[in-house]
Design a protein around this ligand. Structure first.
Ligand SMILES: [Fe+2]
Length: 349
């Protein structure tokens, strides 16, 4: 058994001795094969080093996320965590720092080919507002690029994604992380977060108006069913429309303390359904068309346990978890007719 510094850990290494926090929380059992997100988690808990039994589990495929991406990601999470701690303590947003994060670190991460795939593999815990904010900022940047948004506007969109939930820093964790149904009073508390976030940046002359609107309007919906103002249609700023889609996608594809994450396809299916009345149809179509390109040809596990490859991935309809696939023995299966669905996407090396 060897002691390995957390910064030198790699996915696939096997834990030799239980990892416990100072408060006695068991983070990892002995024998666990490390995944990328568990390494992120060790950084988040500030665990300096762990005992490793073996450099690689023989039967396990290491995750495909390149070390350089993971390193940049972990560093960026760290900076955001510190900045958000500052915001919640002092009720003041360090604007220059946030702009620099958006225009440099996050724009670079979002530029990586396959970034959405990597984000999914790192298995973000969206319980933490700082991690959720980073994944929304990155995903919003990716959608923004697909919409040909560039330069200063792209930087502003990323900044709006980064700041969209800062109002949540003032919602009590007992409400934020409550697994069950919220009481009307608790829900009212949650509904205040876009306005709270906006209040923190409203008076800042350096922050563009679009960023402020992106923050306050990210829960507004096209049919007027959203909050806080119940705005409809084009009264909602484009940044807010993009962040709404990124927010739903990131929240559904991340594990929560009380539920396991969905596959990207299941999350896309929800977005396709919500496009009918709630989400912007043009941005939605851009999102769906590009996601179709990303996932066509992917290897998947079906609900009956068999492996298959996606051949034809839906139109713009609701059936994203039930496409046409080719089974391992070469048969073409229309999952809608077979009564099967996709339960997991296989990550290849
Ligand atoms: Fe939000």
């Amino acid at each position: 058994m060897t002691k390995v510094a957390t910064q030198d850990l790699r996915p696939g290494m096997v834990i030799g001795r239980e990892v416990v926090t100072d408060d006695g929380v068991v983070l990892l059992e002995s024998g666990t094969v490390l995944t990328a997100w568990q390494i992120t988690n060790l950084h988040n808990w500030r665990i300096p080093a762990v005992d490793i039994a073996a450099a690689e589990a023989s039967a396990t495929r290491p995750a495909r996320v390149p070390g350089s991406f993971l390193e940049d990601y972990v560093k960026t999470v760290d900076v955001i965590r510190h900045t958000f701690e500052h915001i919640s303590l002092f009720r003041e947003v360090p604007v220059l720092e946030m702009e620099e994060l958006a225009n440099q670190r996050i724009a670079l991460l979002a530029d990586t080919v396959g970034v959405l795939d990597y984000l999914y593999q790192i298995r973000l815990h969206s319980d933490h507002t700082f991690e959720h904010s980073l994944s929304v900022a990155i995903t919003a940047a990716v959608i923004g690029r697909w919409r040909h948004i560039k330069g200063k506007e792209l930087g502003d969109l990323i900044l709006a994604g980064l700041l969209h939930d800062i109002g949540k820093l003032f919602v009590p964790p007992a409400i934020l992380d409550k697994p069950g149904v919220l009481t009307p009073a608790e829900y009212e508390y949650i509904r205040r977060h876009p306005g709270e976030g906006h209040r923190l940046i409203a008076a800042s002359p350096q922050i563009a108006e679009g960023v402020k609107l992106g923050v306050i309007q990210h829960h507004e919906r096209r049919d007027g069913s959203g909050y806080p103002a119940g705005l409809a249609g084009d009264a909602i700023h484009d940044y807010a429309k993009i962040i709404a889609i990124a927010d739903i996608y990131c929240a559904m594809t991340a594990d929560r303390a009380y539920r396991r994450r969905l596959t990207p396809l299941a999350a896309i299916e929800v977005i396709a359904e919500d496009m009918r009345a709630k989400l912007d149809p043009e941005i939605g179509v851009t999102f769906l068309d590009n996601m179709r390109d990303c996932f066509t040809g992917s290897d998947v596990i079906l609900s009956d346990g068999q492996r298959a490859k996606i051949v034809v991935l839906g139109g713009r309809d609701r059936y994203w978890t039930k496409p046409v696939v080719r089974s391992a023995d070469g048969r073409m299966l229309d999952l809608r007719e077979e009564g099967l669905s996709i339960v997991e996407i296989v990550q290849e090396n």
